[in-house]
Write a protein that binds this ligand. Structure first.
Ligand code: ZN
Length: 146
């Protein structure tokens, strides 16, 4: 297991150092801001949604390694997903990081499963997802994890 954990940490470090999909994409038609006051993480999620399918996903912001890696991995996972699939992914991710038992196949997102042992870090890992949820609903209100 420790080899696996090291591998997971390496993926998280890599996504923190070199975030994927960082910046505001052209043609984004949904966005939301999120803030985690416990850690100071800030994120803005941008989406291009066409016919209920997420064609592009990106983010901007600043925060700890977990929040940045989580946003980076999330934007990679979202492309090509329908809004319903994205919601199910969020539920599965949430179940995984809160340790709420069985969760759906999450692929690469599994690298963040270790945060369940660190309750303070769960909010860092879920910030991008709560913000995604707000962007999909199109509310426009800033999201906070508190
Ligand atoms: Zn954080």
């Amino acid at each position: 297991m420790s080899d696996l954990r090291e591998l997971y940490q390496e993926v998280i470090f890599d996504h923190n150092r070199h975030p994927r999909n960082f910046g505001r994409p052209r043609g984004a038609n949904r966005s939301a801001h999120g803030y985690n006051p416990l850690c100071g993480d800030k994120v803005t999620i941008y989406l291009r949604v066409e016919d209920g399918v997420i064609r592009d996903a990106a983010f901007e912001g600043s925060g700890c390694a977990i929040s940045t890696a989580s946003a980076s991995l999330m934007t990679e996972a979202l492309k090509g997903k329908t809004e319903a699939e994205a919601s199910r992914l969020f539920e599965g991710f949430h179940d995984m990081v809160t340790g709420a038992g069985a969760h759906a196949e999450l692929g690469k997102l599994e690298v963040l499963g270790g945060v369940r042992e660190f309750p303070m870090r769960v909010k860092c890992a879920t910030l991008a997802w709560h913000t995604l949820s707000a962007a999909l609903k199109g509310g426009g209100e800033p999201v906070t994890t508190e």
